[in-house]
Design a protein around this ligand. Sequence first.
Ligand code: FAD
Length: 381
Amino acid sequence: MSHHGPPFTDEHEHLRESARGFIERELTPHAQRWEEERWFPDEVFGKLAAQGLLGLKYPTEYGGQGGDYLHEAVLVEELARVGSGGTAAGIGARVNIATPPIWKFGTEEQQRDYLAPAIRGEKIGALGITEPGAGSDVASLRTSAERVDGGFVVRGEKTYITNGVRADFIVTAVRTTPEGGHGGISFLIVERGEGVSSAKLKKLGWAASDTATIAYEDAFVPEENLLGELHGGFKLMMANFQWERLAMALGAVGAMRLAWERTAEFARERRTFGRALAGHQVIRHRLADLAASAYAARCVTYDALRRFVAGEEPLAEVTMAKLLTQRASFELMDACLQIHGGAGYMREYWVERAARDARLGPIGGGSDEIMREILGRVLGL
Ligand SMILES: Cc1cc2nc3c(=O)[nH]c(=O)nc-3n(C[C@H](O)[C@H](O)[C@H](O)COP(=O)(O)OP(=O)(O)OC[C@H]3O[C@@H](n4cnc5c(N)ncnc54)[C@H](O)[C@@H]3O)c2cc1C
């Protein structure tokens, strides 16, 4: 077992070993089919739950494993081994973006009714923030929640929502005051039902995940499904961004390492002009550069993670980790594809998919440009 080093301990490495074994046994063999079907089965969640992998960082009282962010980090990194960015994204959306707000801001009842069933693998969650007219500029979202007797009536549309078709509940950002801006945003846990409908979108990569538009047409949401404070939604949104971005960086680190290993193996075996590809200096040097890039991605990410779990609130480091890893991952996948030649362009080769999947990184979870804007502020520019 190769130790990943700090901040991970032996305990995390044991978890890594068992999570990796489970993933390679139960998920990886089906990845190609799920990609072709553009859907992974809901039972995947049940299988993960049975292994305790849907609640690593959550308290035992809600059925979680009572671990922390480092345990979750192990899973996020290992999910790259599924070989399907879409499957990893569907699982990740549930454990890393949809349920954390309930864990942090939910009432006892909300934890019982949504967090605990999500950990048990029963209810599937999604996080609905992005709208057709509001992505990077989240404060301009317009989906409205009008106060009525006993709750709210929601009207509007969300888009690009991971798990948006299959979700039983959508943690939805809504506007609760007529004025725009950061102040009038709240969160509601919206159950699928009357007035809530979704449509699946076709995409470049992440094929096995369902990414959807969700229409809210006079959907009634009971009062008790207000998550966190009324008009306090912006705080709730910000509270999980650091972890979401770290999770994306960790996902890239896992994917880069795996892609490098597979490509190096290919380059040792594939022969052209009387020698192995790796015997050609230009390919050997390319692989050396890629190894350095994967190592650098891992170092910045682990450093940000270490600071994050130590409670430092490392905004600059997490932002840099997200920024540095996502483009680097796409570039590494593109280089690996090139080293595979024509085979790299074929659907049956993992690398074609890995390259398409990696293209999401610089866009999702706060784009590269938004990371630079945040850094501009943090660095006092
Ligand atoms: C596959 C996929 C899954 C997703 N899953 C979810 C999900 O589960 N839940 C959810 O809520 N959202 C989700 N998203 C949405 C994602 O977070 C947004 O797409 C992302 O934040 C960018 O927003 P946008 O698409 O509206 O682009 P825009 O904000 O319109 O940006 C367009 C371009 O302009 C750039 N830009 C924007 N503002 C500036 C600026 N000030 N300076 C310089 N450049 C700028 C952007 O970086 C981008 O390149 C998902 C998206 C995808 C593609």
